[in-house]
Design a binder for this molecule. Structure first.
Ligand code: SF4
Length: 714
């Protein structure tokens, strides 16, 4: 008999409410939940396709151990956990606890808490997020320096009440379609909100914009400073807010004089009149909200770029007002114990300072990876660099760094140097193919989870809709089991996932099951705005005001005001290299179909896009004799001797001097290759992980590199 169950999708960070049809114990349909306030019925094809993932013949179904001849042997869970615990103990005894690391990227935060629990109990400081140098870090830290907390990521922009929405270097229609993407569309089409999109590509979102600013990759800071120049010089800023609630306005005013729109137009390739128009539209349509994402952080000037965009919010007073960017904290939802708070707390409480100081990246990037680091994690590249030198020798990985980290071939070599590698995943991924033991993970449909949702006023629970497909397991159960087998005490008064879920909700006075019975999947709280007026300060900044000029940055030898910095390669810095490598290279813009490396196995998704694609302007393609659909090679000067293969997709939506290639592409169907052809069309083969780095976070050039394109054989 069919039954419809209500839960929350964890296919990406959106966390959309869904209705799942279960027939005879099997999931047969997933649709959006119209009553869930976050996505109001909208979901994406990625979420729907989880029913194909659940029962896919290639899904990992039981633990396996790699044999000396490279073959995989099925083992029991008990055997797998025994082997992992005894090998980890052996490494600790032989080389010390710091020889072990836990590696994640896109997993849920709960799981990190449990792994940091055993990691800190053995006294290892090595928590590695494989995208830690970019992803959310520059946005988060820039927001923190300016406003005292993060408010430009998914949690912050109040699109539902905005009159103007500015999306910069991100595309919620691809990455957050269910929640934020549909909110933007509703604001635009149902309420007539203005939409400004800053993107080098004419994306589906840009096609709906009132103004599209086609910026040259990695020059976004200059563009933001040009818009600030217009807003300040035309006196379109909020004078009352600026004088009462900010520090450093005069210095900012002085700085932006270095960026008149005509000069900015030259730097960014955005016409001067469009810069003025966008600045006026944003400043005069209050309330306005801003979202900036990885398009502005995956380069060597991420912090300053994020700070420059933040200044727009600050001087127009679009702060913590309905329709602006909301300060998420204090939030009534803080009653729920948050994974974001818990794992950094474990570091603070359990590790002595000298151990914490041995995290990778602390010496090299003392601001980005130590003083301003809210998560206490390590710089992933420096940590991987330690492997061949005998630093880290054992890893527990729950993502796919061979695909996700720059310098894929180097990463694979590093993994081969490890003495012991455990990978937990849904699939035999390229990274899993290097493991000693692989463990089959349960999906969100098979796990009970507590959620902190994108609005600071929502808390959710996502009950499992089926029992895990045999023998897949909840990652948290495995981490708890590992801790027990290592003979370690937990920092928490819980011994199971069930107890953990109840513990997280304890201060609301309900258990997990009671929450679901009482409220369903989501509980909405009253959320206060303009909280700084009540507190008479912005808690979290040293001055208690919005810091346009940051003394903290100054004290750390970093420019206290935002500035533009040319990318280390490109038409301005290395014009001679552009003769051989004539394109600016965006490597890794995201698509709605695939979340990082996941989903290439799923028929619904693969049918929609079967091959890795690179977008090329038809004019540029014609000069190279390339037609739409041809296979082409991409090469970069930073990875000489390497090349990767993509299908050309010709589009007028990209500048003739810019190309954009898909990220994370591998071929799960290529079972003739133990690593599933993971170097053939993987952009990270030609994007190295080495310097030149961003000076604050150690981010290499990812979205402003250069490349050449040549036609490949079919
Ligand atoms: S956007 Fe898609 S994958 Fe992400 S949570 Fe929503 S339905 Fe799931």
């Amino acid at each position: 008999m069919a039954e419809v169950k209500r839960t929350i999708c964890m296919g990406c960070h959106c966390e959309c409410g869904v209705l799942v049809t279960v027939e005879n114990g099997k999931v047969t349909k997933i649709i959006g939940d119209p009553d869930h306030p976050q996505n109001e019925g909208a979901i994406c094809v990625r979420g729907m396709s989880y029913q194909q993932l659940l029962y896919h013949p290639d899904r990992l179904r039981y633990p396996m151990e790699r044999q000396p001849n490279g073959e995989w042997k099925r083992i029991s869970w008990d055997e797998a956990m025994d082997k992992i615990a005894s090998k980890f103990k052996e490494l600790i005894n032989k080389y010390g606890p710091e020889s072990l690391a836990f590696v994640f990227c896109d997993g849920d935060r709960d799981n990190i808490v449990f792994n940091v629990d055993w990691l800190t109990a053995i006294q290892s400081p090595h928590l590695l997020g494989t995208d830690a140098q970019y992803c959310i870090r520059p946005n988060w830290i820039a927001d923190g320096l300016t406003f005292g907390q993060a408010l430009t990521w998914e949690k912050g922009p109040d699109y539902k009440n905005s009159k103007c929405i500015l999306i910069w270097g991100g595309n919620p229609l691809e990455t957050h379609l269910g929640s934020k993407g549909q909110e933007i569309l509703q604001a635009k089409y149902n309420r007539g909100a203005k939409l400004i999109v800053v993107d080098p590509r004419f994306t589906n979102l840009a096609s709906k914009a009132d103004i599209w600013l086609q910026v040259r990759p990695a020059t976004d800071a200059a563009l933001a400073l040009g818009m600030l120049n217009v807003i300040i010089n035309e006196e379109l800023y909020d004078k009352e807010f600026v004088s009462e609630w900010t520090v450093g306005f005069d210095k900012l005013r002085e700085r932006v004089q270095e960026y008149p729109p005509d000069k900015v137009a030259e730097i960014t390739w955005v016409p001067e009149e469009k810069i003025r128009e966008a600045a006026r539209m944003y400043a005069t349509n209050k309330p306005a909200s801003v979202h900036h994402r990885m398009g502005v952080t995956m380069n060597t000037n991420g912090l300053q770029t994020c700070r420059a965009v933040d200044m727009l919010i600050a001087i127009t007073g679009n702060l913590d007002i309905p329709g602006g960017n909301l300060l998420p904290f204090p939030s009534p939802t803080s009653k729920v114990r948050s994974a974001y708070v818990e794992f950094p707390k474990l570091y603070a409480e359990r590790l002595p300072k000298e151990v914490k100081q041995r995290r990778y990246g602390v010496k090299e990037f003392p601001f980005g990876f130590d003083k301003a680091n809210p998560w206490n994690d390590s710089h992933p590249v420096l940590a991987f660099d330690s492997i061949p030198q005998g630093g880290i020798r054992g890893m527990f990985i729950v993502n796919d760094p061979v695909m996700g980290m720059q310098g894929s071939k180097q990463t694979a070599k590093d993994l081969e140097h490890l003495e012991f590698l455990v990978v937990m995943d849904f699939w035999m991924t390229p990274t899993a193919s290097f493991a000693n033991i692989v463990l089959p993970a349960a999906t969100w449909l098979e796990r009970d989870l507590v959620h902190e949702l994108h609005y600071p006023s929502y808390v959710g629970v996502a009950p499992k809709v089926i029992d895990p497909v045999p023998e897949c397991r909840d990652e948290r159960e495995v981490s708890i089991e590992l801790r027990k087998r290592l003979g370690l005490k937990s920092a928490y008064p819980v011994e199971s996932v069930k107890e953990w879920n109840d513990y997280r909700l304890e201060r609301l006075g309900v258990t997990f099951d009671e929450f679901y019975q009482k409220y369903g999947t989501v509980l909405k709280f009253q959320f206060e705005t303009e909280k700084y007026k009540k507190f008479k300060k912005f808690p979290g900044t040293p001055s208690g005001k919005v810091e346009l000029y940051s003394k903290t940055l100054e004290e750390n030898g970093i420019d206290p005001l935002p500035h533009h910095e040319e990318p280390p390669v490109g038409p301005v810095t290395t014009p001679e290299l552009m003769e051989e490598y004539p394109f600016i290279f965006i490597s890794g813009s995201r698509k709605v179909l695939y979340f990082h490396g996941y989903g290439r196995q799923l028929p619904w998704l693969r049918e929609l896009q079967p091959d890795p694609e690179v977008e090329i302007n038809p004019e540029a393609a014609e000069k190279l004799g390339i037609n739409d659909g041809d296979w082409v090679w991409i090469e970069t000067p930073q990875a000489k001797g390497e090349r990767v293969k993509f299908r050309a997709r010709l589009t007028w939506g990209i500048h003739p001097k810019v190309v954009n290639a898909d990220s994370h592409w591998w071929f799960p169907e290529r079972k003739d290759d133990p690593h599933r052809a993971c170097f053939e069309s993987n952009v990270n083969v030609v994007v190295p992980r080495y310097p030149p780095y961003d000076q604050v976070f150690g981010c290499p050039i990812i979205r402003g590199a250069i490349c050449k394109i040549t036609k490949a054989e079919a």
